[in-house]
Design a protein around this ligand. Structure first.
Ligand SMILES: [Zn+2]
Ligand SMILES: [Zn+2]
Length: 142
C-alpha cells in the first residue's frame, strides 16, 4: 500500500497497487505548477486503486485554458495530482510518504528547461514528449 499526503497533512490518500511510468517534466507549465525546476509524477499502474482517505473536500482544482490542470490542497498549496481534460493525470511523487517504489524513468520536454536547471541521473532525456508506448508484446516497458 502506498500512502501520500499534502504538506499540512489534511489531505491523505492511499494506493492499493503500484505506480508506473515515473517521469520528470521540465516544461514551462510544470515549472510554474511545482514552483521548481520540473515536475515529478507517475501514473497508477492499471491494476492499482486510488482512494482519498481524508480531506478530499479541501482538494481544489485548477485547469488552464489548454485543459491541463492540477489538484492541490486549499490549505497548504501542496500539489497532489495532475489533471487533463478533467481526468486524473498522474500522482505527484513528492506527495508520496516514504519510498514510492519507483524512480524517475525519463526526463521530458528537456528542450524547454530553465537555464538554471541541472538534470542529473541516468534516466533518458527527451527534447519534447515521451516516446510512444512500447508494444507490451515486444518486451519490457521503460
Ligand atoms: Zn495541505
Ligand atoms: Zn510539463
Amino acid at each position: 500500500m502506498i500512502h501520500g499526503e499534502c504538506f499540512c497533512g489534511a489531505i491523505r490518500y492511499e494506493i492499493d497497487g503500484v505506480l508506473a511510468a515515473a517521469r520528470s517534466c521540465h516544461c514551462s507549465r510544470c515549472r510554474k505548477v511545482f514552483s521548481g525546476a520540473s515536475s515529478a509524477y507517475a501514473d497508477l499502474a492499471e491494476s492499482a486503486r486510488f482512494r482519498w482517505v481524508a480531506g478530499e473536500a479541501l482538494l481544489t482544482t485548477y485547469t488552464s485554458q489548454a485543459e491541463w490542470g492540477l489538484g492541490f490542497c486549499s490549505r497548504c498549496g501542496s500539489t497532489l495530482c495532475g489533471l487533463y481534460r478533467g481526468a486524473g493525470h498522474g500522482i505527484t511523487l513528492g506527495s508520496v510518504n516514504g519510498d514510492p517504489g519507483i524512480e524517475i524513468g525519463m526526463h521530458i520536454f528537456v528542450d524547454s528547461k530553465a537555464p538554471w536547471d541541472h538534470i542529473g541521473g541516468p534516466a533518458p532525456r527527451y527534447a519534447e514528449g515521451p516516446p510512444p508506448p512500447v508494444d507490451p508484446s515486444e518486451g519490457s516497458r521503460p
